[in-house]
Write a protein that binds this ligand. Structure first.
Ligand SMILES: [Zn+2]
Length: 327
């Protein structure tokens, strides 16, 4: 486990239709000195043909993996068929996720089906190794999490945290953990779309003073005791670990959001500068707005200072094989 503080820069919603924006993202990263990123691939964006059927895209993706970028599975369709439940849950599905919270209310069986098919397309079809999964808008149901564990995914990402899913992986990681959090949190606490609110109450506290700490700091102090869960939450005796990883992300859906996002990212990055792991999450739509693109570039360059660029898999024990084995 590297001792230095890490900056994980990721590109979300990658599919054949967003490859142009991803190329711009990668060029920006190179110019900033970031040569390792994580690319979040959607196997069938909004029901499009499987991305591995685009052989040019598959070859391009393999080249990126061979360069050292990590490929992370990101949903299956990235579209929710329907959101059920009370008024708050329905509003979440419609407004917060913009109808894309595919894994927000999914049950374990359906999640397993989509994850297997996603692996068949991305890992087997495109021929790239996969270690982890990220749900759209970071909204993952308990059933989805259980399916990830059973299929052997090593990690999933959440708002403010990276969750190590396998007991053996979690046990071998030397970064101080955050206790596993009660899953009863409301997704409304997660401002992925608004880009305005800070991490959920469960996110790490910062230690006072000084620059970016090493992993032994108190930067990963846990949430309030009332929110802790003493044992595993998958019902199979498997206990994961959470690594605090604040994320900088932009909201572009309205002019006022774009203005506020730029300020929020600057302030939030400064506030979280002592976190051992900091993340920058970039979306294709960010490149539709020059002001946002400039803000992304500035955030990467500024927050790389004192950190090493890393992929999510760098948080795992050295030599952790991808799903299905291999390099
Ligand atoms: Zn997404």
């Amino acid at each position: 486990m590297p001792a230095a503080c890490q900056l994980i820069v990721s590109f979300h919603d990658l599919h054949p239709g967003s490859r142009v924006q991803c190329d711009r993202f990668l060029a920006m990263c190179r110019e900033c000195g970031v040569r390792r990123t994580t690319l979040l691939v959607v196997p069938r964006w909004h029901g499009a043909p499987p991305c591995d059927e685009d052989r040019e895209f598959a070859a391009w993706l393999r080249e990126r993996a061979e360069e050292g970028h990590e490929i992370c599975l990101h949903a299956y369709l990235h579209r929710a068929e329907a959101v059920t439940g009370n008024a708050v849950q329905r509003a979440m599905g419609k407004h917060y996720t913009a109808g894309e919270g595919e894994f927000y209310q999914i049950d374990e069986a359906e999640a397993a089906t989509r994850l297997r098919e996603g692996l068949r397309i991305v890992r087997d079809g495109c021929g790239v190794p996969v270690w982890g999964f990220t749900a759209p808008a970071w909204l993952l149901s308990d059933g989805g999490r259980a399916a990830l564990r059973k299929l052997g995914f090593h990690y999933t990402t959440r708002w403010g945290q990276v969750e190590l899913l396998q007991s053996e992986t979690a046990a071998a990681v030397s970064i101080p953990e955050e206790p596993v959090i009660d899953r009863s949190y409301s997704p409304a606490c997660h401002p992925r779309r608004s880009g305005l609110r800070p991490d959920s109450p469960a996110t790490a506290k910062e230690q006072p003073g000084g620059a970016c700490p090493q992993a032994s700091s108190t930067a990963m102090a846990g949430p309030s005791p009332g929110r802790l869960q003493a044992s595993s939450y998958n019902g199979h005796g498997c206990r994961g670990r959470n690594i605090a990883a604040p994320v900088l992300v932009w909201s572009t859906r309205a002019a006022w959001r774009r203005v506020c996002s730029r300020s929020w990212v600057r302030l939030w990055g400064a506030w979280k500068r002592r976190s051992s792991v900091l993340r920058v999450a970039v979306h294709p739509v960010d490149f539709a707005y020059p002001s946002i693109e400039a803000s992304v570039r500035e955030a990467i360059a500024r927050n790389l200072c004192g950190r090493e660029a890393a992929c999510y898999r760098d948080l795992l024990p050295e030599g952790t094989p991808p799903l299905g084995g291999g390099k």
